[in-house]
Design a protein around this ligand. Structure first.
Ligand code: KG4
Ligand code: ZN
Length: 365
């Protein structure tokens, strides 16, 4: 977040990449240039179906991607002021994610690449989250990353493009999933993360919220860097069930949301402390100038961002978080990961498969 990291120097030999993201319920397309300029950035959220069904329905999501992708692709090129033939590469998410949606975006990307004779890059969605901070900030390798999304929660040392050391992961729910499931228990719409944050902001007395609605912090103080959220969710359920017909007055709901968000922030801090110790042990040079980076949808949460900023201030580290619009799923992160890979000569063939499961560590070959 400190301004010294802002990207400044335009590089010569600029390349332009199209990025396509369809691994969950956002249909997203962007055109990004290798100096970090985002020439277009379109995100279509499938708000109706998830709100009706309380979550993403894979088959409906895949159909919605099919319905909207063509229009979005044309609009993205038009807004960027280019034709597909002006691109230097095409990148599309090839996993992990909901396989129907991944296939839709991947096949569109391959078709554009094939018809314009362009390199294709099949992007790992987690790698895209991991590299996004380098799109907006001058950020050198290695850095310590807290990757927190709806499907994943990991602390990782990012050593280079394609080189990741996993320090810890969740043993059950992902951090975003904990937000979504707890929000659902409280009758809030999907996605629950932003809703919980808005509700927590209405709480006027944090101390009372913490004592009236105490919540556990699973795995706190453990020597490893793993996470667990299922006990936290169960405790939220118990608080909710204590109300008649689960009807919670607005001020009490705000207090539960605040207590929940504080618990998640405490967990993030404690687990990242372990991550920092491990990172300094593995990369001693970073102990005086290292970076802690947060990315993924939950990185949009201001309370978690400020908790992490405080943590880095207590070490000799800088804290970097992408702008909120680049934390949740988007096409720019895919285009940027494509450019990072293109720069290293890491392009893919058109028989690249779509993968529902594709751990980040599998990229480190
Ligand atoms: O990265 P992302 O857009 O999609 C996945 O790759 O999963 O992350 C979505 C997750 C959802 O669980 C959503 O509730 C959460 O990020 N999220 C938030 C906030 N905005 C999105 N969680 C907490 N606070 C937020 N402001
Ligand atoms: Zn994501």
């Amino acid at each position: 977040m400190s301004s010294i990291h802002e990207k400044s120097t335009p590089k010569s030999d600029l390349k332009i990449c199209l990025g396509i993201e369809t691994s969950c319920d956002e249909t997203a397309v962007a055109v990004v240039r290798s100096d970090g300029a985002i020439l277009s950035h379109l995100v279509l959220s499938q708000l109706d179906a998830p709100q009706l069904y309380g979550g993403v329905v894979p088959e409906l999501a895949a159909r919605a991607h099919m319905d909207h992708l063509d229009t979005l692709l044309n609009s993205a090129a038009c807004e960027a002021g280019i034709g597909f033939a002006d691109l230097d590469a095409v990148a599309a998410t090839c996993g992990p994610g909901l396989i129907g949606g991944v296939i839709v975006g991947m096949m569109a990307g391959k078709a554009i690449a094939a018809s314009h004779d362009l390199p294709f890059i099949g992007v790992n969605h987690l790698e895209a989250h991991a590299l996004t901070p380098r799109l907006t900030h001058e950020l050198a390798f290695p850095y310590l990353l807290l990757l927190v999304s709806g499907g994943h929660t990991q602390i990782i040392a990012v050593e280079d493009v394609g080189v990741y050391r996993n320090y810890g992961t969740t043993l059950d729910d992902a951090m975003g999933e904990a937000f979504d499931k707890s929000a659902k228990l409280m009758g809030l719409p999907y996605p629950g993360g932003p809703e919980m944050e808005k509700l927590a902001a209405l709480c006027r007395d944090k101390d009372s919220a913490l004592s009236d609605f105490p919540l556990p912090r699973p795995l706190l103080g453990r020597k490893d860097c793993n996470f667990s959220f299922s006990g936290l969710k169960t405790a939220v359920r118990n608080h909710v069930e204590a109300f008649d017909n689960h009807e919670i007055p607005k001020d009490k709901a705000a207090a539960i949301a605040c207590s929940f968000q504080e618990a998640v922030a405490d967990i993030a801090i404690d687990r990242c402390k372990r991550g920092i110790e491990q990172f300094f042990a593995d990369y001693p040079d970073e102990a005086t100038r290292g970076n802690l980076v947060v990315s993924g949808g939950v990185a949009a949460n201001q309370r978690i961002r400020s908790a992490l900023l405080d943590l880095t201030n207590s070490y000799k580290m800088d804290f970097i978080a992408p702008p909120v619009k680049l934390c949740t799923d988007n096409g720019a992160m895919i285009a940027w990961a494509g450019l990072e890979r293109l720069n290293k000569g890491l392009t893919d063939t058109l028989d690249m498969p779509a993968r529902p499961r594709w751990p980040l560590e599998d990229l480190t070959g």
